[in-house]
Design a protein around this ligand. Structure first.
Ligand code: HEM
Length: 415
């Protein structure tokens, strides 16, 4: 039996917060390994990287999600009863609910709504000096997501709701006030959506069959029961919250267009494929999810290493998307690399790996791509703008990350 290489013995939680996206990759490199053991939040944790590590992590016989998420993440980002912590048949059944929303027609609708909302939002830019794209994208995507999901929004309410949804995402790598803000946002958002679900169930508010809100309100679990209002609300938030989070990718997309002048023309003139590759490269290169966790279901051996029941195991999401063995010049922005990509399930995992239907891989990948692509089309084909001097850097220690200035534009001209 081989011994798992060990990081320093002291608890490393503080260094995760300090080093963010670099925490795992730095240690894999230092120990020259694809597996090491460390301590986080007072417990032993095994960390994995590489394509083989991802394959292992997504083996459902060996791992479960129950008990893998820290309470602080459930109370801010995901909710305490949502799909992220489920396993087995109940998980697959719940997953079908999400996957049923991702038809090509529904994705096209989301794309259309996103484009329309950009146009509408941009009407207010005519006399505005500084436009912060990250903030604008939150509003645009909140409008589009709510409209798509069937969540009614009152005029004047959008910004408040967008900020609420964003605050839950913004809390995931934080302690202190940013984390508290995320928890508070979750309490408020759940209250808002629970009321709505109740009203729909009682027929006080109309909902279109097939819309996310309708499907969440009337979904039946494996025992034939409706979800509790609490769970239905958490799952509906699991659709609209991450759609607003795509705003970070939109800001990174604007940054990539700015840094690579030649790309702007290509995206502008592109037919479907090139924008697709550009959007994929945004998801690969720029940081979002640092790592994911699961617990060992029962003792097993892998590659000569012993994994004991209940051990927490982390997979190095950001590191795998930048792994030199998988990606040539991984830190370079190069959409063309996706021309030859074989569509592997474990080498490109910004939104998780493995299968969508049977595993935990993100059901929102198509929404994410649609939202990024529609936003890029708007930015390259419908407007021209100047990018004033500002801090366009982004941090690899702050989680989540985005361009520090939020990406400001000015002198917007409409084509
Ligand atoms: C910024 C864009 C997004 C990122 C970076 C992202 C990332 C992820 C990641 C890493 C996972 C976990 C995969 C795993 O546990 O193995 C996940 C799961 C999930 N995502 Fe996304 N996601 C995004 C957008 C979306 C959107 C637009 C939706 C809307 C439907 C969505 C809904 C979900 C749900 C419901 C799960 C849980 C799936 C399960 O446990 O089976 N995400 N996402």
């Amino acid at each position: 039996m081989k011994t798992v290489p060990k990081d320093r013995k002291l608890d490393q939680s503080i260094n995760v917060l300090r080093e963010g996206y670099r925490f795992l990759p730095k240690r894999f490199a230092k120990l020259d390994t694809d597996i090491f053991e460390t301590r986080l939040l007072g417990e032993k944790v095994i960390c994995l990287t590489g394509e083989e590590g991802a394959k292992l992590f997504y083996d459902k016989e060996k791992f479960q999600r129950k008990g893998a998420l820290p309470k602080r993440i459930e109370k801010s980002l995901f909710g305490e009863n949502a799909i992220q912590g489920m396993d087995g048949d109940p998980h697959e059944h719940r997953k079908l609910l999400f996957m049923s929303l991702m038809t090509p027609e529904k994705m096209a609708k989301l794309g259309r709504l996103t484009s329309e909302q950009w146009r509408k939002q941009a009407e207010g830019w005519k006399n505005q000096k500084n436009i912060v794209l990250l903030e604008e994208a939150k509003i645009v995507l909140c409008q589009a997501a709510c409209q798509w999901a069937g969540v009614p929004l009152k005029e004047g309410e959008v910004k408040k709701r967008a900020n609420l949804l964003w605050a839950m995402v913004d809390a995931f790598g934080a302690v202190g006030s940013r984390h508290r803000k995320g928890r508070k946002a979750r309490v408020n958002a759940e209250k808002w959506i629970k009321e709505l679900i109740e009203n729909i169930r009682e027929g006080k508010v109309a909902a279109e069959e097939g819309s996310a809100i309708y499907e969440m309100a009337f979904h039946r679990d494996l025992e034939g029961n409706h979800l509790s209002t609490q769970v239905a609300a958490e799952e509906l938030l699991n659709v609209i919250r991450p759609t607003v989070a795509v705003a970070a990718y939109v800001a990174f997309g604007a940054l990539a267009l700015h840094d690579h002048v030649e790309e702007r023309e290509k995206v502008k003139e592109a037919q479907g494929d090139y924008i697709e590759r550009f959007a994929q490269e945004i998801r690969r290169l720029f940081p979002f999810v640092p790592f994911l966790g699961a617990r060992v279901r029962k003792d097993f051996m892998w590659d000569g290493y012993s994994f004991e029941k209940d051990t927490l195991v982390l997979i190095d999401v950001h590191g795998i998307d930048h792994d030199r063995r998988l990606w040539e010049r991984p830190n370079q922005f190069s959409p063309e690399r996706f021309k030859d990509w074989k569509g592997g399930l474990f080498d490109f995992i910004p939104q998780g790996g493995g299968e969508h239907y049977t595993g935990h891989r993100c059901p929102g990948e198509w929404i994410t791509m649609e939202a990024i692509k529609s936003s890029l089309e708007f930015l390259t084909r419908e407007i021209e703008y100047e990018v004033p001097s500002q801090d366009l850097s982004y941090s690899l220690s702050r989680m989540p990350s985005f361009p520090k200035s939020g990406f400001r534009i000015q002198e917007v001209e409409f084509k």
